[in-house]
Design a protein around this ligand. Structure first.
Ligand code: PLP
Length: 372
């Protein structure tokens, strides 16, 4: 990335030396991204992150589809990231009819249920690949197949978008394997720079640009490109996809050890999300009788960083929409904590985190217990 911050600082739209060198570097980055996705460079749009990609995917495809007479019905799920849910709500304000499919107790949707929701007027389906809270991985390739079969039955084309922001470190991003037409990524989730993202748009998917201006990114996202950011994202994507198997092996071993150790110190803990179809780095736990936010605070003091599954706003508990959709009871949702492991950790780190977690839960329960 470094030379493009200073030496080859030129604007890639410029027809002078530094600009041409920047444009060439951008082309190489785009090719690298396309190779990972099994796409062609023209299908890769560079953005400022997952949120922008998802907003553009939903709004850009939905408006273009409606303009083309494809209807205004959208199918998604109740457990999507807010980037999807709030974009869907935005579209509802413009007359779109959005169906939010429920999930089972482990956070999964059935491919047949997605296909059954597709109608004559469905403009777009948006299904997340892996959930950012509970780590559940959706059967995306099967969903893609089912949506295509249903669309064929109806004699139409129904594009499938996936929020793949959480997937890059452990799952394939090959768009043909996944049967998806639109895909969103965020650079910083796989070691790239913050503020960078990718929107993959299959060639034949109608799209109305959401950032108008100088016509960069083949008219799909105007604005001078973030050249060093694109290079950083592309390199990180290539490396992390190349190391997927090793990442999965290392993180799942650490994650399993963490769960085992936590079960030793808190036998009544409950694991949220799917037992096996989950991100290898994710552990989402519920502790009865504690507040997840208090656990997070105590652990932070011990140098263990994690997050809670419910937030207390103006004296009422707001459990995450994901846990609610999975029918996790309120009192358990309040006591939920998400822990993420990374290959840079070792077994001693895991054991330390489990001990700190056990101590925090014991302390909170002891403080909450009525004095005898
Ligand atoms: C599943 C998912 N989608 C979208 C986003 C938004 O990505 P960004 O904050 O990089 O825009 C996130 C971020 O955590 C995420 O986890």
């Amino acid at each position: 990335m470094l030379p493009y911050f200073s030496q080859d600082f030129g604007n890639p739209s410029g027809h002078y030396g530094a600009g041409l060198r920047a444009a060439e570097a951008l082309d190489r980055a785009r090719q690298e991204i396309a190779d990972v996705l099994g796409a062609i460079p023209e299908e890769v749009v560079l953005t400022s992150g997952g949120t922008e990609s998802i907003n553009a995917a939903l709004k850009g495809v939905a408006f273009a589809q409606r303009d083309a007479g494809a209807g205004s019905h959208i199918v998604t799920t109740q457990v999507e990231h807010h980037a999807v849910l709030h974009s869907a709500e935005y579209l509802e304000r413009f007359g779109f009819d959005v169906e939010y499919l429920p999930v089972d107790g482990e956070g999964r949707v059935e491919p047949a249920d997605v296909a059954a929701a597709v109608r004559e007027d469905t403009a777009l389906v948006s299904m997340m690949y892996a959930n950012n809270e509970v780590g559940t991985v959706q059967p995306l390739a099967a969903i893609g197949r089912a949506v295509r079969a249903r669309a064929d039955e109806l004699g139409r084309r129904v594009p499938l978008h996936t929020d793949a922001v959480q997937a890059a470190t452990s799952l394939t991003l090959d768009v043909d394997t996944l049967n998806v037409d639109v895909l969103s990524l965020s650079g910083h989730k796989f070691g790239g720079p913050k503020g960078t993202g990718v929107l993959y748009l299959r060639r034949d998917v109608p799209f109305l640009e959401q950032a108008s201006g100088g016509g960069q990114e083949r008219q799909r996202r105007s604005g001078t490109e973030n050249v060093p950011g694109a290079i950083g994202l592309a390199t990180a994507l290539r490396l992390s996809q190349g190391e997927r198997e090793r990442f999965t092996e290392q993180t799942s071993a650490l994650r399993d050890r963490l769960l085992e150790r936590v079960l030793e110190v808190c036998p009544d803990v409950r694991l949220n999300g799917h037992a096996t179809e989950r991100l290898p780095q994710n552990l989402h736990l519920c502790f009865d009788g504690v507040e997840g936010e208090s656990v997070v605070g105590l652990l932070d003091g011990d140098g263990v960083e994690c997050s809670a599954g419910a937030a207390c706003t103006s004296a009422t508990w707001e459990p995450s929409h994901v846990l609610l959709a999975m029918d996790v009871p309120l009192e358990l949702a309040i006591g939920s904590v998400r822990m993420t492991v990374w290959p840079s950790l070792d077994e001693a780190d895991i054991d330390y985190a489990a001990d700190c977690l056990g101590a925090a839960v014991r302390r909170i329960r002891a403080e909450a217990a009525p004095a005898l």
